[in-house]
Design a protein around this ligand. Sequence first.
Ligand SMILES: [Zn+2]
Length: 254
Amino acid sequence: MALIETEALVLRSYNLSDADKIVIFMTENSGLIRGVAKGAKRLRSKFGGSLETLTIVSLTYFQKEDRELVSVREIEMKKSYLASTSDIHFLQKFSYLSELLIEFSPPHDPNQRLYNMAKICLQTASDNYRFLDAISLYFELWVLRLGGFLPVWSNCYQCQKEFSNDIFVNLQMDFQVVCHQCQNIRRNSLITPEQRFIFSVAQKVSPQKFVELTADHKESLTDLSLILKRIIARVLDKKENTQKGLIINYPPKI
Ligand SMILES: [Zn+2]
């Protein structure tokens, strides 16, 4: 049995029994973990307010070999976002983003970049609610990128030619993009230069810089976010089918 200490972000909790809760954490050093917090529902719980959603904590837990569920030993609050989460839009947005973290993070698989990205996005959005939508897009894009699901939009998927900054390109069913030499313009699936700019800049700068650089591109932010949501839906759909065993053996071996 190992005792592990790490910083963590509280994503969600739910009741296990009259006194205990199960808490889902995104940790700095151990990835996503689910832990039993004994006595957390009691009035004078030693955990106090540190199990509130979106609190940054110092977490100590026991982990038994071959057990996914860990035992929460100690929690110390490092940073509370209670003031922000009392805003319904903020809470809704980050509840959705927390779900993305849960869906895209295999349990106990350390991903420090993902943790740091989530933490800094939370701070940036909390500093200014006006940037919630831009931060949400940044978050979606990085969850996809760190999971290896983000397409490359800097060059044509077919001929590999690099795009100049000012051209429109065609979006394919698999979310790759191709140039007009490879495919005639299709009006209903065009990616604009502005959308590609946002897509590119999000991968190069901090969340704070990103919200500054894209402040005047509200419409394109919305359109791009919709495309990212479609990619996310496709990834999660495939994952669910794989878990059901439907496509594990597909295509069939000849
Ligand atoms: Zn091409």
